[in-house]
Ligand binder design. Structure first.
Ligand SMILES: *Cc1c(COP(=O)(O)O)cnc(C)c1O
Length: 202
């Protein structure tokens, strides 16, 4: 399992403490902040983008990240594919499934994600798996249900598309409040901010 240290809003000195302790994967959710931090950190850091990404910000993000975890619309999928073609790169992405959370409207529905695999997938994108955020609640049954839904979709796609066995391998679920439940539901990546760096000051 991979640990993504979610370092948004924290200064580079704090990231370097985690780096010196051995952490190499960092997640950021704002393009400008990511682009500013990249040159200040060692070059063997692997950056993941985990926030809502506007298509006019691609050039601040795509040159630096090894994974865009938060592809949440057809429009964004197409724009990333075009950027990849124009720049002769193949971009690794996760598709974000919209889980129960009322507070975020971002993400695909199950039907939309299945549709993406029906068609011919974009040439300059490699879909590596799914990402989801559970409902922000103390009710573990609700969180459990959210993670069960995304796990079922992940397994279904792998079953229906054996040709993707080597590439569609990542299930990114679990944050500071709910990662033990996510691990029980097959998480291959957890995205942890608060439990590593403490509370964020907005
Ligand atoms: C901020 C954020 C996290 C980390 O949240 P914590 O509760 O601080 O662990 C994980 N995933 C996404 C998409 C985030 O925006």
């Amino acid at each position: 399992m991979k640990l993504v240290a979610v370092s948004k809003f924290h200064p580079v000195e704090r990231l370097m403490e985690a780096y010196r302790a051995g952490q190499r994967i960092f997640g950021e959710n704002r393009p400008q902040e990511l682009a500013a931090k990249v040159p200040q950190m060692p070059s063997d850091v692997e950056w993941h983008f985990i926030g809502h990404l506007q298509t006019n910000k691609l050039k601040l993000v795509l040159p630096y990240v090894t994974l865009v975890q938060s592809v949440d619309s057809f429009h964004l999928l197409e724009a990333i594919d075009k950027w990849g073609r124009d720049n002769h790169k193949v971009i690794d992405v996760l598709l974000e499934l919209h889980l129960g959370a009322e507070e975020t409207k971002h993400g695909f529905s199950e039907e939309e994600i299945l549709m993406i695999f029906e068609g011919s997938t974009p040439k300059s994108i490699r879909i590596r798996g799914l990402m989801g955020m559970a409902t922000n609640t103390e009710d573990e049954d609700v969180i459990e249900r959210d993670f069960a839904r995304i796990e079922a979709l992940f397994r279904r796609i792998r079953e229906e598309h054996p040709e993707l066995a080597d590439s569609f391998t990542e299930l990114s679920i679990g944050m500071s409040g709910d990662w033990p439940i996510a691990v029980r539901h097959g998480a291959t990546m957890v995205r942890i901010g608060t439990d590593i760096f403490g509370p964020r000051e907005y």
